[in-house]
Design a protein around this ligand. Structure first.
Ligand code: PLP
Length: 464
């Protein structure tokens, strides 16, 4: 493809995306495709000779589009959002256009320096503790996902407790990680991968609002110390996946400080709320955290993948993950004057993700992002009120922001049928969870284009 052909086809693709944005509401939100239906329309072998862009784009429309679930639909209320915005798509495109691989400062100084700068902006935007700023001992890095951040945090905790011996000698004793049963499955996965073992993940009790019980945490730690194993890390959640519960960070932090444990805080979806001063209560007590992450790819209008991961002591992370083979050595690294983000993550190579986040922050402005977040919270509260006022339904959980868990009074089967009916209608997409042994529907509000009319329509569909 010559640059001239690229320009022509590129314009068509941008038009295609713009049309998609305009028409996204016309598609069934949840793909109605059956297993195997997409593949059976694809040729068994790749084309030997070049094909026209026309035929590629036509296959996108004819073959792939029926198999797309429309995460960007304003009627998408499932899971947590994975939203995008115009500026973020353009930033992503430019990142692909530049094709930079930013493993070292030297491999593109702007890729590293913009990332450091934007991460410091994020500290200011969410009013995170100053210890996460790059100007002190800490700093931020963009990871692909919250799962990777949690793994990096647990690995660093594992090294810190072993005085950085495990990376060389292997796991030589039983280490223990603590999280509530409401924490994300990525915590268990990180225990499996890190050699800690899923059997050494202690499940801390939760209260009636699914928040971690710090007293039980303390008891479990004492029991573990008495039995001769080594407590290592606590993972607390701000906005659990099931119900949006916010663990009490202040009390958990004080247990961690007293016991010398690494505290990682996973605020994957809900962290974005802290851009609004009135919602910063979710981060109360965050000063004690050794690490923290949230996903702009969930609620900050920046398309997947983009997770912001902060550490209070960057040396702990770097000592855990740094490797310097001969072929990566260079003067800038050896001078110690630069950040090499390859040492802050698991893979070596890295995408220029800061670009899309920078595009979003600059294009929307902090106030623009706040406005959307506030509106989503307003809609969440409105929806919760509707549930409360309708005697046929009950509100199961609502942390006061944009996730509402509710159910129809009746059996689990009634609620399952309701969910199936909603999703098969193609007009909305919601998902479910289990709370206190009951099947519960989740209404998660966070798409850029979601307005009151969409939420109202969803409620009408639910109640008729
Ligand atoms: N943590 C929490 C609280 C989540 O809700 C999720 C996903 O919904 C994750 C982690 C995993 O996110 P990611 O896909 O970025 O790994």
């Amino acid at each position: 493809m010559t640059p001239e052909e690229f320009r022509r086809e590129g314009h068509r693709v941008v038009d295609w995306i713009a049309n998609y944005m305009e028409n996204v509401e016309r598609y069934p939100v949840l793909s109605q495709s059956q297993p195997g239906q997409i593949r059976e329309q694809l040729p068994p072998s790749p084309p030997a000779r070049p094909e026209s862009f026309d035929s590629i784009l036509s296959d996108v429309d004819e073959i792939l589009m029926p198999g797309i679930t429309h995460w960007q639909s304003p009627n998408f209320f499932a899971f947590f959002p994975a939203n995008h915005s115009g500026p973020s798509i353009l930033g992503e495109m430019m990142s692909a256009g530049l094709g930079v691989q930013g493993m070292l400062w030297m491999t593109s100084p702007a890729c590293t320096e913009l990332e450091t700068h934007v991460m410091d902006w994020i500290v200011e935007m969410l009013d995170l503790p100053d210890r996460f700023l790059s100007s002190g001992d800490g700093g931020g890095v963009i990871q692909d996902t919250a799962s990777s951040s949690t793994l990096c945090a647990i690995l660093a905790a594992r090294e810190r407790v072993s005085e950085y011996r495990i990376r060389e000698h292997g796991v030589d004793r039983t280490l223990v990680v603590y999280a509530s049963g409401e924490s994300h499955s990525s915590v268990e996965k990180a225990c499996a991968i890190s050699g800690i073992g899923t059997g050494n993940l202690r499940i801390v009790n939760v209260d009636d609002q699914q928040r971690m019980d710090p007293q039980h945490l303390s008891e479990l730690i004492q029991q573990d110390r008495e039995s001769g194993v080594t407590p290592c890390c606590v993972v607390a959640t701000v906005g659990t996946t099931s119900t949006g519960a916010v663990d009490p960070l202040e009390k958990i932090g004080s247990v961690c400080r007293q016991e010398g444990l690494w505290l990682h805080v996973d605020a994957a979806m809900m962290g974005t709320a802290a851009i609004c001063p009135e919602f910063r209560f979710i981060h109360q007590g965050l000063e004690s955290a050794d690490s923290y992450c949230f996903n702009p790819h969930k609620w900050m209008f920046t398309n997947f993948d983009c997770d912001c991961f902060f550490v209070a002591d960057r040396n702990a992370l770097i000592r855990t993950l740094s490797i310097l083979p001969e072929y990566l050595k260079n003067q800038a690294t050896q001078s110690g004057a630069v950040i090499d983000y390859r040492d802050w993550q698991i893979p070596l190579g890295r995408r220029f993700r800061a670009l899309k986040l920078w595009f979003v922050i600059r294009s929307m402005g902090v106030e623009g992002i706040r406005e959307r977040v506030r509106e989503h919270v307003r809609l969440g509260r409105l929806f919760a009120e509707w549930v409360k006022q309708d005697s046929r339904f009950e509100l199961i959980a609502h942390a006061g922001l944009n996730l509402i868990c509710f159910r129809k009074r009746g059996s689990d089967a009634d609620n399952r049928n309701l969910l199936d009916r909603l999703n098969q209608s193609g007009q909305v997409y919601l998902t479910h969870t289990q709370t206190n042994g009951q099947f519960v529907l989740r209404m998660s509000i966070g798409q850029l284009g979601t307005e009151e009319a969409h939420v109202r329509r969803a409620w009408e569909l639910i109640t008729t």
